[in-house]
Design a protein around this ligand. Sequence first.
Ligand code: AMP
Length: 210
Amino acid sequence: MRIVLLGPPGSGKGTQAQKLGRNLGLPHVGMGDMLRGALKNRTSLGERAKEFMDSGKLVPDSIILELLGERLEGTKEGFILDGFPRTLEQAKRLGALLEKERENLDAVINLKVREETILRRLPGRLVCSECGKVYQRANLSSSTQRCPSCGAPLLSRTDDVSDTLKKRIEIYLEHTHPLIDYYKKKGILQDVSGEGNPQEVFDRIVKILN
Ligand code: AMP
């Protein structure tokens, strides 16, 4: 299966993509995770992406497509994509890439969340520095600073601060939201409520895919 997760920042794309990947035995391809990985490993690609990510802007396609091309190689059996595509141009690129291989997307899951949910979730988000699992500060005991799953330190994302956050939401509305119509017209869009806890959202997605 080839699945794309769409949704604004804080809609739970990464969390759900990880869970789906584990559940379906498919690779989770998270564009934001790949960019943060490139940055952490101090690759030239990561260094070039840094200023865009820090200011909440979209990273140029030349960088994004290089990362994606490498990562999609060897995913013949399918993938769960999150954070890509984010623009119409990227969606067309993905379509062309798949068409070349005589493949297509099976579903685009559009996670719908209220703005107040986004504004509550993101400032309280903690991400594991090793395994990338995402937590809400409010759901962890106050003394926990390490990942309950792998024990590595938990960190806040540097782009989850208010100004950058506002920019990311603006960019989502301007560039990514139009993809909802694009995939609706292709007949593969599935709206899913992203409200509630991760397991509730996951159950909704699984129900729709079955
Ligand atoms: P995310 O982890 O999906 O919230 O992505 C974090 C940041 O990485 C975004 O705010 C962008 O700066 C950058 N980014 C991730 N995916 C893309 C993409 N498909 N195109 C351009 N920039 C991206």
